[in-house]
Design a protein around this ligand. Structure first.
Ligand code: TRP
Length: 400
């Protein structure tokens, strides 16, 4: 597929953030089987979401210290895999990156969303009802609003908005989530959620969804595989064993590394470096129960480099009976570096279960517009509890 010239990375002068990320997007569209006209349209939308910082040359520092990605690129891609179909490409973007303040960032994000709502003719009333909770006059926290677009064929994306439960104060985040759920009619939803360390995101599907979801993301520090298996409150889905197997495969604590099963001698993997996340999705208010559950493992903090991350992703995909070839192609679409030469290109691996659909694996792919994290010398010790395992893992994983 030929790339529109105005979007190319090879334009004269220092590439801009917009040129770099839209170039990645166009090449990823090809991997996901979208045609060139959809790709070009979605690239324009991404540039529009970035706003003025799209024109910022990449030799300047990131426009803000965005929490969206490790190197502060305000863009992240993901591929959601399903059996017997090409993966779905999504892009996550912080429309207010570089806006100067959280309050201004929030206003910029809302303006962008409302412009998209007019363009694609969808309602924002559910978001409007929550505005005072998530956009107070002096917002707090690590971000104000993120927007994700699911890039479907035909040029009309599905839209998701991510809000910050800590906007009205970290100490009020649980109450903010409870109140937001209540206003949307999910009166029992809050009590259905599992124990967690923090409320990270509150998300809404907007636009053309069969069953729009309200989603609550939770952080789980030092989570073990067994605990991960017990997090889902959907009352159905892949089951504990499947989730545990995913957790172990993504965390790299598996037979393929020759380091055995931790539980066999009384230890279990605990991911201490960066928390595992869960997401519960609510689509109806009658049962009070979530209809969807997703587990996110921040694989980048538990690998030597992206070669390991890619191997684990492939193992996880094969297990679900999915063709993993598009993932390697996607990595090549975002960077020319080899996976072994850095860490963090694959940020998260996720296993999602939505009622009525087959389980879905998602890989989150960093843009790395600003920085590549170098390979780790040792596997982070926080990945294991129990010194025996730590030593075995370190000797198994030490880079020669
Ligand atoms: N960068 C943040 C993190 O690593 C937020 C984030 C971006 C995230 N993409 C994500 C969290 C995908 C979970 C899944 O936590």
């Amino acid at each position: 597929m030929t790339q529109p010239r105005f979007l190319g990375r090879t334009a004269p002068g220092a590439p801009t953030l917009g040129a770099f990320t839209t170039g990645q997007l166009v090449r990823l569209c090809d991997v996901a089987g979208l045609d060139a006209s959809d790709a070009e349209l979605y690239a324009r939308v991404l540039a529009e979401a970035l706003g003025p910082v799209a024109d910022r040359p990449l030799d300047l520092p990131p426009p803000s210290d965005s929490f969206l990605s490790d190197d502060h690129t305000p863009v992240e891609f993901s591929l959601a895999f399903q059996p017997d179909a090409p993966p779905t490409l999504r892009v996550l973007v912080e429309p207010g990156a570089g806006a100067g303040s959280l309050a201004e960032s929030g206003r910029t994000g809302l303006r962008f969303l409302r412009a998209m709502a007019r363009r694609w003719d969808f309602a924002t009333d559910r978001l409007d009802e929550l505005e005072d909770l998530f956009f107070p006059p002096s917002p707090q926290g690590a971000f104000a609003l993120w927007c994700a677009l699911e890039l479907r064929p035909g040029g009309v994306p599905k839209v998701k908005v991510y809000l910050n439960p800590a906007a009205s104060g970290q100490e009020r985040s649980a109450e903010t989530v409870r109140e937001a759920l209540r206003r949307l009619g999910h009166r029992q939803a809050f009590t259905a959620l599992p124990q967690a360390d923090r409320h990270l995101f509150f998300a809404l599907d907007l636009g053309d969804w069969e069953e729009p979801r309200v989603k609550v993301y939770l952080a789980h520090q030092d989570l073990s595989a067994a605990e991960a298996g017990g997090l889902s409150r959907t009352g159905g889905g892949p089951g504990q064993a499947e989730i545990q197997a995913f957790f172990r495969a993504a965390a790299g604590y598996d037979a393929d590394l020759g380091i055995g099963d931790g539980e066999a001698d009384g230890h279990d993997v605990r991911l201490g470096r960066r928390p595992v996340q869960s997401c519960h999705a609510f689509t109806e208010t009658a049962s009070g129960l979530p209809s969807g559950f997703t587990l996110y493992v921040p694989v980048r903090d538990y690998v030597r480099h992206d070669g390991d991350a890619l191997e684990r992703a492939v193992a996880v995909l094969r297990r679900q009976g999915v063709d993993a070839a598009p993932l390697a192609a996607a990595l090549a679409a975002v960077t020319s570096r080899r996976p072994q030469d850095g860490t963090g290109l694959i940020a998260y691996l996720a296993l999602a279960d939505q009622r009525g659909k087959p389980p879905r694996v998602t890989a989150y792919i960093s843009s790395e517009a600003y920085r590549v994290r170098p390979p780790a010398v040792l596997l982070p010790a926080g990945a294991v509890s129990g010194s025996v395992h730590r030593e075995r893992m370190e000797s198994a994983l030490t880079v020669d």
